[in-house]
Structure formats: structure tokens, C-alpha cells
Design a protein around this ligand. Structure first.
Ligand code: AMP
Ligand code: ZN
Length: 470
């Protein structure tokens, strides 16, 4: 697997720290509003990368945070007259709904900044003890940027260029800094803001420290991959490296992956420019699978311009793939075996394996989903031709399994699970309880399997049966 590493500015072979495992941290959204489709780009592309690594048999420990303490959250909370946590909890839930709609798998852990303050205080204290940070008179703790030799290695910037750009910062009230390049690790509370006790003052953490701490907490001092949008390279990721490496004394992440922007009219889609569509807006017009397909139709490091035309094209392309899958399903149900000879079958499966190889080659070339989709289309074309001939059901089933395996890596769902209502679930669960009482275990198992097929997981606890959706 070759991936482009921002740190070395080159494609490199991915060599995980632990064999068969990948540790990966992806910077997540600040939760003060519904996410826009620009925010959805890293979610979709890195979820696809994760799915591919899982397809290859790796165990992926995937951590993605929610920034739930921030000026914008506090502002939104004050406007509504509620606690900041009301805003962040609300938008975490909304974000999770959007993720589900886009078929983005939940991370192994979704830590929240406000639940990791203790770890942040510890890391800041270590940085102070090691001389990499200092406490100003008002209790603000700053990182002493020049004390970290490797500063600038990710963004390929040099400190003196930054120095001239950074002077302006002094006028913004941060006049207690030793150096304009220094950045905030901890800041004193202001009236009406949430705060935590700390050795320096009642206050709250700066933004950068949270990712250093959450990554360390869940994945260890050195991880395989750190990822996010390219706007995070500087200063966010540069500062994360400075914090983590200065406090832990070991490299922070071996590979840095950054997605390019989702643009609209060739400008970055962003909340501050006001030129955005939320994922929710899009879901009113399209199935979010279409949005996912649209995102994957470009390489993640190429800028992608959002347009109605491209969304329509994505919709049509997705329908073609899904159409092939449903024709296959229909044929499988209506055909028998014994219609083809073994060599014909072998030849067909060999052809299909070539498309799979093409798909893998594209994915292994820095996660080139655009080319991977082309390989899927070649497979679809081949299958559609096969469907015109007399073919065995079992052979068609093999083609179906191959198609689904590839589309699953892309997070595209070929077969919608039929929705099941809460009441129907409860009803089936009580039928299952009755069956067990009647010692009709076959029926009880049948009901469990039926629910499982619909994505409902049952858990027998002492308090009774609990269920959850997958
Ligand atoms: P934020 O909530 O702004 O911190 O963004 C969350 C994630 O979305 C980060 O990884 C950003 O880099 C990414 N992001 C924000 N806007 C865009 C955009 N227009 N295109 C691609 N990624 C973006
Ligand atoms: Zn981060």
C-alpha cells in the first residue's frame, strides 16, 4: 500500500508499527452546527481508506474526535441561552446521523475534548517541566515554539518566514507571549464560559492540545497515520507534532494524510464564507449514498468542485452499479445450476479476478478511489454481458459476492436492508421470549437470526433482552 505522506512529500510504502494493525487518528468536526459537505469529505475518504485496510485483513484502530469546547460552541450556547454542552451534544447526535446516512462507520472511539481535560493538563505540565511551555502572568500557558527543533517539518515552513508573518499576532492582545510564534495551550476563563480547574488558572484548553492528548490516550505515543483536511496542516497539525514529540520524546505519527478541499465555484466550502450546503440539505434531494459516490469519484488529494451536474452524474453512475446488483439477484433467484461447463465458469471467475486486481491496484496507489470506481464499472460491464447468457445461479452468486465485496470497500450499499420499526422489533422479541418459555429453541433462534439480518443485535441481560441497531 502506497500512501502520500505530507511529512516527506512523497508516496511511501505503508509499514505499520504492529503487524496486521493500523492506528489512525482523524481530526473530527467542531460541533456547533450541522456539518457541511466539506466536513464530510475527510469522513468519507478516510472511512474508505479504513474499509480498504479492513478488507485487506488489518485491524484498524480508528479514532476521531469531536471538538466540543470552542468559541463558536460557546457563542451558539449564549445565543440560545443554554449550556455549551447542550449545543455540542445536540450536534454530535446530528453528526452521527449524517455519518450513518453516508455509511461512514463509527470510529473505534469518538473521544470528546471535554472528557479528556485531565490528560491535557498532564501533557501541558510535562511541556512546562521540560521547558517547552511557560505560564504568563494572567495564567495563560503558551508553547515555546522555538524550543522544538522540528517545528515546520510537516508544513515545510521555516521559522524565520513564519516569524515575519506572525508579528501581527502581537497586536491581537497576546502581548504576554515571549515570541509571536508561541501558541496557546491553556487560557483563562472569560465571563460566561465553561472552565476547568488547573494548576495555572481556571480556564480551558487551546484547540491543538486536545488531539495530541486523545491520540496518545487511545492509540499510544506513536501512531501509524494522522489525517484530516489540508487546512489543518498548518498550524493545527504542526502544533500537534510540537506538543506530542516534545512531551513524549518519540515521533508522533509516521504518515500524514490530507484531503484536498471540497470547493464550490472554485472556492473552499466553509462556514465562514457562507458558501456551504449541509449534509442535511443534500439529504433532502439525494440519498446520501450519492454524496458518498460523488466524493469518491475524485482522488482525495485533488480539489473537487461541487455542482448539481456532478451530483446528477454520480446518481446515474450509482444507479448503474445498483442496477447490475439487482439484476444479478433476480437472475440468481430464477436460474438453476448445470447450465455452464466448468471451464467457462473458471474463465469467467478469472476475468472477474482481473477486475478485482485492478480495483486493488488503484486503492493501493494512494487510495485512488476514482480508478477503483473505474474497475468496478469494468466489472459491471462484464457482469451485464454475462447476464445475457445462460449462466449458473451459483456462478452468478460468486459474481454478486465479488461485486458486493468491492462496493462495500467504497461504502456503497447494494442491497438496502428493509427498515424495521421499533414496535416490530419489540413484538418479535416478545415472540422470542415466548418461544423460549415453550422450549421452542429453533423458533427463538430463527427470530434472533431474522432480527440480525435486519441489523438488530440482541443482548440477553439479567434485566431482560436489550436490543440495538448495528
Ligand atoms: P472543522 O470543523 O472546520 O474543524 O473541520 C472538520 C474537518 O473538515 C477537518 O478535517 C477539515 O480540514 C475538514 N474540512 C473543512 N472544510 C473542508 C472543505 N471545504 N473541504 C474539505 N475538507 C474540509
Ligand atoms: Zn486535530
Amino acid at each position: 500500500m502506497q500512501i502520500y505522506n505530507t511529512l516527506t512529500k512523497s508516496k511511501q510504502e505503508l509499514k505499520p508499527i504492529r503487524e496486521g494493525e493500523i492506528s489512525m487518528y482523524v481530526c473530527g468536526p467542531t460541533v456547533y452546527n450541522l456539518i457541511h459537505i466539506g466536513n464530510a469529505r475527510p469522513m468519507i475518504v478516510f472511512d474508505t481508506f479504513r474499509r480498504y485496510m479492513e478488507y485487506k485483513g488489518y485491524k484498524v484502530n480508528y479514532v476521531s474526535n469531536f471538538t466540543d469546547v470552542d468559541d463558536k460552541i460557546i457563542k451558539a450556547a449564549n445565543e440560545e441561552g443554554v449550556d455549551a454542552s447542550v449545543i455540542s451534544e445536540r450536534y454530535i447526535e446530528e453528526c452521527k446521523k449524517d455519518m450513518q446516512g453516508m455509511n461512514v462507520k463509527p470510529a473505534t472511539v469518538h473521544p470528546k475534548a471535554t472528557e479528556e481535560i485531565g490528560g491535557m493538563i498532564d501533557m501541558i505540565q510535562t511541556l512546562i517541566d521540560k521547558g517547552h511551555a511557560y505560564v504568563a502572568a494572567d495564567g495563560t500557558v503558551y508553547y515555546r515554539t522555538r524550543s522544538f527543533e522540528g517545528y515546520g517539518k510537516l508544513s515545510h515552513k521555516n521559522l524565520d518566514d513564519l516569524q515575519s508573518g506572525g508579528r501581527a499576532l502581537l497586536v491581537t492582545g497576546e502581548d504576554q507571549k515571549e515570541d509571536p510564534l508561541d501558541f496557546v495551550l491553556w487560557k483563562p476563563k472569560k465571563e460566561g464560559e465553561p472552565y476547568w480547574e488547573s494548576p495555572w488558572c481556571q480556564g480551558r484548553p487551546g484547540w491543538h492540545i486536545e488531539c495530541s492528548v486523545m491520540s496518545k490516550h487511545y492509540l499510544g505515543d506513536t501512531i501509524d497515520i494522522h489525517a484530516g483536511g489540508e487546512d489543518l496542516i498548518f498550524p493545527h497539525h504542526e502544533n500537534e507534532i510540537a506538543q506530542s514529540e516534545a512531551s513524549n520524546g518519540v515521533p508522533f505519527a509516521h504518515y500524514w494524510m490530507h484531503n484536498a478541499f471540497l470547493n464550490i465555484d472554485n472556492r473552499k466550502m466553509s462556514k465562514s464564507l457562507g458558501n456551504f450546503f449541509t449534509v442535511r440539505d443534500i439529504s433532502e434531494k439525494y440519498d446520501l449514498q450519492v454524496l458518498r459516490f460523488f466524493m469518491l469519484s475524485a482522488h482525495y488529494r485533488s480539489p473537487l468542485n461541487f455542482s448539481a451536474d456532478l451530483m446528477e452524474a454520480a446518481k446515474n453512475s450509482l444507479e448503474r452499479i445498483k442496477g447490475c446488483a439487482s439484476s444479478l439477484k433476480f437472475a440468481i433467484a430464477n436460474k438453476k445450476d448445470g447450465l455452464m461447463d466448468a471451464s467457462l465458469k473458471e474463465e469467467g471467475l478469472k476475468k472477474a479476478a482481473e477486475y478485482v486486481a485492478g480495483f486493488e491496484k488503484a486503492m493501493e496507489d494512494d487510495c485512488n478511489t476514482a480508478d477503483a470506481i473505474s474497475a468496478v464499472f469494468e466489472l459491471v460491464k462484464f457482469i451485464n454481458n454475462e447476464l445475457k447468457e445462460e449462466r449458473d445461479a451459483s456462478y452468478l452468486q460468486s459474481l454478486y459476492d465479488i461485486l458486493v465485496k468491492l462496493t462495500d470497500v467504497l461504502g456503497l450499499i447494494m442491497e438496502e436492508k428493509e427498515e424495521i420499526l421499533d414496535e416490530e422489533i419489540e413484538d418479535l422479541i416478545s415472540q422470542r421470549q415466548q418461544a423460549r418459555k415453550d422450549k421452542n429453541f429453533a423458533r427463538a433462534d430463527e427470530i434472533r437470526d431474522l432480527l440480525k439480518e435486519k441489523g438488530i443485535i440482541l443482548e440477553d441481560t439479567r434485566e431482560g433482552v436489550k436490543w440495538k441497531r448495528e
